[in-house]
Design a protein around this ligand. Structure first.
Ligand code: G4P
Length: 518
């Protein structure tokens, strides 16, 4: 098959959600539909002792697998779909954000009872900034939750995105009857096998007891309202991320998943191009292979020092054994060990195409943001830095180990594991992170890879703001509640105690122009 049609078959996305909304369950059900796994009901090990295939970290711990597999590929309807894991919970880190740089669309899972939750909001903002299509799956309709209109309203007002329900629920919780599929005007009943067909006037084509049900009548009226007064369907807006197709369902009962997948493959974009430092856009169908590294998974087991670098293929085709040039150093090497992840297993990959993610074995050569190419020289724009929220003072336990300490910090910072800051007068090293896990990984790796024990002292949650007009900063502006520090490029950054402190500062020093990174 030619490269172009291989690439057009690819759909690469990540699921964004708040912990417990149902990301793991949905992932598993998607894999099930794709035939990638055989057994359902393995979700959540608490009771059964089993885990969802996508609960990677836990599977890894359970089975003692040393490398986290964070990408899975499955087939559906002739498409090759890549799902990228966005670690949440205690595993939330900058990697979670960076994963969103490597996808072409995102699926937002919302718990119908909870609506938009903080972590969803954060991840959503990154997707919005990239302008990628966002599909919404409102989950747990088998339980009583918020009313559908209330949820749509919440999505529209909190996220500033238009909504277009592709399905509409009839009832919820104990009275959940099913969903209306807006595309083909059928009702998929939750508990019955057969599908019910609606005619053009939204009447059932065949008599059914549900017609007598008050909640059915109510839902149908709501649906009519959506048809008449809801946002218009607009494919362009979907592809820009300005309008989100919304689906209702229950991941746990594998309900509403097929409706979702059918529409998803129709509307989700195939792999998109990427900009180089020179401002050129490299198209996926460009013959020469190129890609960028968005995540490096270090091995936490000291016996195995190898790492896995995750590369998103931007253009062309990867073949095992091909040469790859690392743009940063110009060094050429054979890529002979690359893996790809199927649901149950990792396997050695012989061929992969633009849109796919491959894992490259790394002995310390790669950094996050690195470009690897074959043929025409490419150097993709850097991945953005994200505004950290948590901070720690850090120092070497043993002062004799300063050299190791700084070398370790430098490498881990370059690799993107953690962010480095220092205080203004004392140059005290400060680490910044978006998730607590990053500090733990840092401490562990300093000990295991750089043989340095560190002492960490939490400074807590801060609001970090960079300054546009640094020349106007005066020493007197520095205070415990608006602490002035330097980032690793020697830019000045205020770490504000809280929103109140930041507002107070803004009022007192209106001449200082503050901004945040992503
Ligand atoms: P996450 O990856 O987003 O954190 O969520 P996960 O899939 O692990 O789901 C969180 C909990 O919600 C799980 O329950 C899961 O079974 C449940 N869940 C997921 N989808 C649905 C759904 O459609 N309906 C209902 N009713 N529940 C759903 P758990 O943590 O095992 O707790 P428990 O409810 O089994 O006690």
């Amino acid at each position: 098959m030619d490269i172009k049609s291989e690439i057009e078959k690819r759909k690469t996305f990540a699921i964004i959600s708040h912990p417990d909304a149902g990301k793991t369950t949905l992932t598993e059900k998607l894999l099930l539909f794709g035939g990638a796994i055989r057994e359902a009901g393995t979700v959540k090990g608490k009771k059964t002792g089993k885990f969802a295939t996508s609960d990677w970290m836990k599977v890894e711990q359970e089975r003692g697998i040393s490398v986290t597999s964070s990408v899975m590929q499955f087939d559906f309807d002739g498409y090759k779909i890549n799902i990228l894991d966005t670690p949440g919970h205690e595993d939330f880190s900058e990697d979670t954000y960076r994963t969103l740089m490597a996808v072409d669309s995102a699926v937002m899972v919302i718990d119908a009872a909870k609506g938009i939750e903080p972590q969803t909001l954060k991840l959503f903002k990154v997707c919005k900034m990239r302008g990628i299509p966002i599909f919404t799956f409102i989950n747990k309709l088998d339980r009583v939750g918020k009313e559908p209109f209330e949820l749509l309203e919440e999505i529209e007002s909190t996220l500033e995105i238009e909504t277009y329900p592709m399905t509409w629920p009839i009832g919820m919780g104990p009275s959940f009857f099913g969903i209306i599929n807006r595309r083909n005007k059928t009702i998929n009943p939750y508990k019955e096998d057969a599908e019910l067909q609606l005619n053009e006037d939204l009447e059932l084509e065949e008599r059914h007891p549900i017609e007598q049900d008050a909640s059915y009548q109510e839902s149908l009226e709501e649906f009519m309202l959506v048809e008449e007064a809801g946002d218009e369907f607009d494919r362009e807006k979907i592809s820009r991320g300005d309008l989100t197709p919304v689906f209702f369902g229950s991941a746990l009962s594998t309900f509403g998943i097929e409706e979702f997948l059918d529409t998803y493959v129709d509307f989700a974009p195939s792999p998109s191009g990427r900009e180089t430092e020179e401002g050129e856009i490299v198209e996926p169908t460009d013959e020469d292979f190129s890609g960028f590294i968005f995540k490096i998974q270090a091995n936490m087991d000291p016996k195995h020092r190898d790492r896995l670098a995750f590369l998103r293929i931007v253009s062309g085709k990867f073949s095992r054994g091909m040469d790859g040039v690392l743009a940063r150093t110009g060094k050429k090497s054979k890529i002979s060990r690359a893996t790809m992840f199927m649901a149950d297993d990792k396997e050695t990959v012989d061929e992969a195409y633009a849109g796919d993610i491959i894992g490259l074995y790394d002995t310390g050569n790669y950094q996050i943001g690195d470009t690897i190419f074959n043929g025409k020289k490419r150097d993709f724009v850097d991945l953005p830095q994200f505004t950290p929220e948590l901070f720690m003072k850090v120092s070497a336990k043993n002062v004799m180990k300063q050299k190791h300490f700084y070398k370790g910090i430098e490498q881990l910072v370059q690799e993107g594991a953690i962010q480095y800051y220092k205080s203004m007068h004392t140059n005290q090293p400060i680490l910044g992170a978006v998730g607590q896990l990053q500090f733990e990984v840092f401490e562990h790796r300093m000990k295991n890879e750089y043989n340095t024990d560190v002492v960490m002292e939490p400074i807590g949650k801060k609001i970090a703001r960079w300054v546009e007009n640094e020349a106007d900063i005066k020493d007197s502006m520095n205070s415990p509640r608006a602490n002035l520090v330097y980032d690793r490029f020697d830019n000045q950054v205020f770490l504000f105690e809280n929103e109140f402190a930041m507002r107070w500062f803004g009022e007192k020093y209106p001449e200082i122009k503050l901004y945040s990174l992503l």
